[in-house]
Design a protein around this ligand. Structure first.
Ligand code: S3P
Length: 165
């Protein structure tokens, strides 16, 4: 069994996922990276030249290409589970773990790196609040909801306990 990390931009899916995989000897994949490799373009370039709908189609294709081995970890994009077809597929692939982080901390973390995330171009705090309002209900349906405001190491140990890894 593997695990899929979901949650908002800035919740630490990539950092925590990488660390978790390395601690348990599993593979790590980041869905945005897979999209970028397949498209040979950055997420920002895809949004800017082809629009969000195209990005979502590429994200869907990339998700379909993922095979999760024992103890492998997939960091989804923030919007990945918001497509109901993706969500059904993700549930079949592995348990879902929601990395929950309060808005103020997300904003603080994202303030450093907004330029790689086109969904934040209109202003970080307003965008995060709006997206979280739309998405929280979906995120909360995960198999595990983890407090991800702590350091990555602590979040990883919490996940390992829940997964029995
Ligand atoms: C998005 C999150 C990003 C990336 C894209 C859209 C979103 O991934 O997929 O910019 O809609 O929340 P991260 O959550 O890994 O930043």
């Amino acid at each position: 069994m593997g695990v899929i990390l979901i949650g908002m931009m800035g919740s630490g899916k990539t950092t925590v996922g990488r660390l978790l995989a390395s601690r348990v000897g599993g593979n790590f994949a980041d869905l945005d990276d897979l999209v970028e490799e397949r498209a040979e373009m950055s997420v920002r370039e895809i949004f800017e030249t082809q629009g969000e709908a195209k990005f979502r189609a590429l994200e869907r294709e990339a998700l379909s290409s993922v095979r999760l081995d024992e103890r492998s970890v997939l960091a989804a994009g923030g919007g990945t589970p918001c497509n109901s077809v993706n969500l059904v597929q993700m549930r079949k692939m592995a348990p879902l773990a929601y990395l929950r982080v309060p808005v103020n901390l997300l904003v603080e973390r994202l303030a450093d790196a907004p330029s790689v995330r086109p969904k934040l171009d209109s202003g970080i705090e307003a965008a995060i609040r709006e997206l979280l309002k739309e998405r929280e209900e979906i995120y909360e349906t995960a198999d595990f909801v983890v407090d991800a405001s702590a350091s990555p190491s602590i979040v990883v140990e919490d996940l390992r306990g829940r997964l029995g890894w």
